[in-house]
Design a protein around this ligand. Structure first.
Ligand SMILES: [Zn+2]
Length: 247
C-alpha cells in the first residue's frame, strides 16, 4: 500500500547500507518515521529530499515494518538557513523540540504550518531569531495541549503586576502571591510581555507574528517562554544548549 503526504524532515538516523531512518513531520499523520533506502549514497536521487529541513511531497510504502520512502520531491529546503550558524542552530532546536512534542494526526497540520512559517521568517530575516524562538515555543505548547492560563490572576482575575509560574502555567497578582508556596519558581511578567504571551496563545495563524516588542521585552519574553517550555516538557535539549553557545 502506498501513502501520499507532505512533510518536513526533522531528523535522520543512519542505518546500514547507506539507509537512513527519517523523522518527518507530516500535516495529516503527525510525526512519522520512514526508511530512506540508500539515501546516504552519492548517487541517490533522494539525498536532497532526505536532508534535515527538506520539505517534500512524499510517496511512502506502508509495509509490515513501517514506512519506506518510495519517492520524494523536494518542495523547499530552507537552504538560506545554512549560511548563518545562529539561524541554523535555532532551526535545529525547533526541530528537536517538535520531535519531543510528538505531533499526531490531530495537531500535525497546525504544527507543520507553524514550523514552516517560522523557518521561512527565520530564513528571510523578517523577525529576530530570539522573537521567533519565543513565539514558536509558546505556540507549539498551546497546539500540544499545554497552553498556560493567561486569563489573569488565578485567584482574583487582576491583569497587572503579575508573576508567572512556569511549572503551573498560571499567574498571580502581588496581593495573591501568598497563596503559592514561597519556593515555587516564579518570574515577573512585565505588562508588554503578558500581552505578547496572550497574543501568541490566541492570535489566528495569519496574525501570529504581527506584534512588536522592545529589545528588553523581547528578552524577557524569551526567558519566560523558555522556562515554561523546559518545565512543561521536563526536557533538556542539546540543540538548545548549542544555540545558546552561539548567541
Ligand atoms: Zn490576585
Amino acid at each position: 500500500m502506498t501513502v501520499k503526504t507532505r512533510g518536513i524532515v526533522l531528523g535522520q538516523i543512519p542505518m546500514r547500507d547507506q539507509d537512513k531512518k527519517l523523522i518527518i513531520l507530516t500535516g495529516d499523520m503527525g510525526l512519522i518515521e520512514a526508511i530512506g533506502r540508500h539515501v546516504g549514497g552519492a548517487r541517490s536521487k533522494l539525498s536532497a529530499a532526505a536532508e534535515v529541513l527538506a520539505y517534500d511531497d512524499l510517496c511512502l510504502f506502508s509495509g509490515k515494518s513501517g514506512y519506506i520512502v518510495d519517492s520524494a520531491d523536494l518542495l523547499r529546503n530552507f537552504y538560506g538557513l545554512r549560511a548563518d550558524l545562529h539561524s541554523l542552530s535555532l532551526a535545529g532546536y525547533l526541530c528537536e523540540l517538535t520531535r519531543f512534542i510528538l505531533p499526531d494526526r490531530d495537531n500535525g497540520g497546525a504544527c507543520l504550518k507553524l514550523l514552516l512559517n517560522t523557518l521561512w521568517l527565520l530564513e528571510q530575516g523578517r523577525r529576530s531569531p530570539a522573537l521567533l524562538k519565543a513565539v514558536y515555543e509558546l505556540r507549539l505548547l498551546c497546539l500540544s495541549g499545554f497552553a498556560p492560563d493567561l486569563s489573569g490572576c488565578l485567584h482574583c482575575g487582576a491583569e497587572e503586576g503579575l508573576a508567572f509560574f512556569p511549572l503551573d502555567g498560571t499567574l498571580l497578582c502581588p496581593a495573591c502571591l501568598g497563596t503559592m508556596p514561597p519556593d515555587r519558581p516564579r518570574m515577573p511578567l512585565p505588562q508588554p510581555v503578558f500581552l505578547a504571551m496572550r497574543h501568541i496563545c490566541e492570535a489566528p495563524d495569519e496574525k501570529l507574528f504581527s506584534f512588536k516588542l522592545t529589545p528588553d521585552s523581547e528578552a524577557a519574553l524569551g526567558k519566560v517562554t523558555e522556562a515554561f517550555t523546559l518545565c512543561q516538557t521536563g526536557g533538556r535539549f542539546k540543540s538548545l544548549d548549542f544555540y545558546k553557545t552561539i548567541c
